[in-house]
Design a protein around this ligand. Structure first.
Ligand code: NOJ
Length: 714
């Protein structure tokens, strides 16, 4: 297709419509799409919608083929629609929410999961996913922790690259979809963890913590970038020239599509930086925003702005060309349906291979926090109780796209599948309501307690309902509810053989139950195969290997993150130092923490040299030994601290990790290379470089390690 010729033939109205994205129901009353924001009467006519460039939220081969036909009949230049949707943790077969995937520390797994989602989505007629979401998050109150891989820039970057590769493949092959990294930038740093609230960040923090995972996606060839709702230092991202034009386009060389978030152009008015939709359109185009999602400033005012000389046709052409190029790359001009196929949907969706991968992903994501000898449970147990609001519930997670709870395996079903000869009993105990008081469910708790007393083992399934995390689902208090805590207390008082399984989309404050529960597992929102994965883990058919990708704080500590700066008055020196009066200073569980059915011994680190030159490298060695009785996988983590620099540096920063598989008694040497890149930062004078001096090196299986060795950069 000669795209330049096509562009030359297009009218200004056609160009502006290409730059607009709406939901299918605005185009035809036969269309449906996921709506995740305000819907207004946009006051636009069929003349506009018939030329529209992209739709969001529609799914399924049948619907999307219908919409493509409907559109192609009307579009003056027969430019196919681009269909986009949120495929965040699977299309129909769902894997754990991204925070769970982060806990696996397994980038190959993340890539495979995204590749599976892409395949299913292609069959369902989609072309673009609004993923990966790689916003770094430090505040557990933010609902969208669920969609990120956590608080560490190194882990987030590894996951970001893997996810882009999984969705897009090498070059958008036929079973791949285009990825859209989001939300650019620093959306996760909202004040108070309140979704949509303002973000104020210094340039150093922005660049060192928040930017790397987006940058890596760009380097990996991501096709789209979504700008975030929030203001960053006073400017909403869709209008933020510094962010989009200077950094993303010019500094990083991104030449793909920049799309706004839902209604974000229009929201410039509420942000107080535009008086009307015309000003929104001008500011967005000046910031090189190509597609306006779910508002209509471009189509309504673009032409007028052009006639008044406020914008140029070149600006429009650049944007439209980027959109046409993606359509061409996806092959839509040759085949507007692309892979949409009802037969392929039937063949692929929820097929055994996909369910198996979803199960493995849930197994690898689970984090064992505590085990006072309860686990693994005996498969030959006679009578087992599965108790709690998540016990008989397919906890697929909040961005379920085309997946359904009915197609998912609950904990109850999973346990029945494995403990085939056991008498498996169910009790609800409490609801998910975070404000529920024990008195309100006293009868249910009593019933659960009675059942627990009669059973040989109990699996208590509590935590957050799927819709208690995610967009706009901020929580001020992240504790286990009083009713759930009472349930744990009562059940554990009569049955010591109890494991508490916590379903959540964010870190929860566990102090109410941590000492009471003899065994505790973080299971996130695990997806379609959750129940089977859980049973495999609890009965010891597979081992735990997940590590926390975010700190699990006490209530009131958030934001709390391991890679913070030191202070002049570190904790541990009595009063007038870093501390809380009413909770311990340390979190309940640190970043990087997670147990296994075996134990590992990690030796003190040794260095290949105590000095490193700028063009040299140092190798850090540790021996890792499986000192238990079963095979296990340990995630060995490398942290560095720059002791003295021109600006204060984080107390620890993860600079590498390796997953090591060991048979009982087996021992391996793990080596990490440290090069200059790992030591670079934005110095006081604004350069990105390493400064000479002392560095501490820590190697462990958790971030709160104290022991270190030192070297000097000379
Ligand atoms: C709003 C969300 O912030 C974004 O992540 C999502 O992709 C869009 N809605 C479209 O559904």
């Amino acid at each position: 297709m000669d795209l330049q010729k096509l562009l030359n033939e297009m009218t200004v109205d056609e160009k502006l419509a290409q730059m607009t994205q709406l939901v299918p129901q605005i185009i035809t009353d036969k269309g449906e799409g996921a709506v995740t924001g305000p819907m207004r009467n946009f006051g636009i006519t069929r003349k506009v919608t018939s030329k529209i460039g992209t739709l969001l939220g529609g799914t399924g081969a049948e619907q999307l083929k219908f919409l493509q036909d409907f559109h192609m009949d009307e579009d003056p230049h027969k430019i196919p629609l681009l269909f986009m949707a949120d495929i965040i943790h699977g299309y129909r077969t769902l894997y754990p929410v991204p925070l769970g995937l982060g806990a696996s520390f397994d980038t190959e797994l993340a890539e495979q999961c995204c590749a599976m989602a892409a395949k299913e989505a292609v069959a369902g007629g989609l072309h673009v996913t609004f993923a990966p979401m790689v916003d770094l998050v430090r505040d557990a109150r933010w609902g969208r922790c669920m969609e990120t891989t956590g608080e560490d820039p190194y882990l987030n970057s590894k996951m970001s690259a893997a996810m882009v590769r999984g969705f897009q493949g090498e070059n958008l092959e036929k079973d791949k979809i285009a990825a859209c990294v989001k939300h650019f930038a620093a959306y996760g740093a909202c004040d108070g963890g309140r979704d949509y609230d303002a973000v104020e960040l210094g340039d150093r923090t922005l660049r060192e913590f928040y930017m790397p995972a987006y940058k890596v996606a760009v380097d990996e060839g991501v096709e789209l970038v979504m700008t975030s709702f929030n203001t960053l230092n006073g400017v909403p991202s869709s209008a933020n020239k510094y962010l989009v034009d200077d950094i993303l386009r010019k500094e990083w060389g991104f030449d793909g599509i920049v799309i706004s978030d839902f209604n974000a152009f229009y929201e410039m008015i509420s942000h107080g930086i535009a008086a009307n939709e015309k000003e929104c359109a001008k500011k967005a185009l000046d910031a090189t925003s190509d597609i306006e999602m779910m508002s209509t400033c471009y189509v309504k005012f673009g032409k007028q702005l052009l006639e008044e000389g406020e914008i140029t046709e070149k600006q429009l052409d650049d944007a439209v060309m980027r959109i046409l190029k993606l359509k061409e790359k996806l092959g839509l001009f040759d085949d507007p349906y692309r892979g949409a196929s009802v037969e392929e949907e039937k063949r692929l969706h929820l097929c055994k291979e996909h369910r198996d991968l979803a199960r493995v992903a849930a197994e690898k994501s689970a984090v064992l926090l505590k085990n006072d000898g309860v686990l693994p449970l005996d498969e030959n147990v006679k009578k087992i109780a599965v108790i709690g609001p998540a016990a008989d519930h397919g906890m697929i997670g909040g961005w379920f796209c085309c997946g359904t709870v009915a197609e998912a395996v609950s904990a109850l079903d999973g346990i029945k599948n494995v403990a085939k000869n056991a008498d498996v009993k169910l009790a609800f105990g409490s609801t998910f309501d975070p404000n529920e008081k024990p008195e309100a469910v006293a009868d249910r708790i009593a019933e659960a307690k009675k059942l627990a007393a009669e059973c040989d083992a109990v699996v208590l399934c509590i935590g957050e309902e799927m819709d208690m995390s995610g967009e706009s689902h901020t929580r001020a208090r992240i504790s286990i509810s009083d009713a759930q805590a009472e349930l744990v207390k009562e059940v554990c008082s009569v049955n010591k053989n109890t494991v508490t399984v916590i379903y959540c989309g964010r870190p929860l404050a566990l102090e109410k139950i941590n000492d009471i529960s003899p065994a505790t597992v973080i299971f996130w929102h695990p997806g379609t195969e959750g129940g089977n994965a859980l049973a495999n883990l609890l009965f010891g058919r597979v081992n735990f290997q997940g590590k926390l990708p975010m700190t699990f704080p006490y209530e009131g500590q958030s934001p709390y993150f391991y890679n913070h700066l030191p202070t002049g008055r570190p904790n541990g020196n009595g009063g007038y130092c870093l501390r809380y009066l009413d909770t311990p200073y340390e979190p309940v569980y640190p970043f990087g923490y997670g147990m296994s059915y075996t134990t590992f011994e990690i030796s003190s680190p040794t260095l290949s040299s105590n000095e490193m030159t700028e063009d040299g490298e140092i190798t850090v060695f540790v021996n890792v030994k499986n000192t238990g009785n079963v095979h296990g996988i340990e995630t060995v983590q490398l942290y560095i601290n720059d002791v003295t620099a021109s600006v204060s540096r984080p107390v620890k920063e993860m600079k590498g990790y390796q997953k090591v598989a060991l048979a009982p008694g087996e021992e391996k040497t793990v080596a990490f290379k440290i090069t200059l890149d790992a030591l670079k930062f934005h110095t006081f004078s604004g350069e990105y470089k390493a400064e000479k001096g002392k560095f501490k090196v820590f190697v462990s299986n958790r971030s709160d390690v104290k022991e270190f060795v030192e070297f000097k950069l000379v």
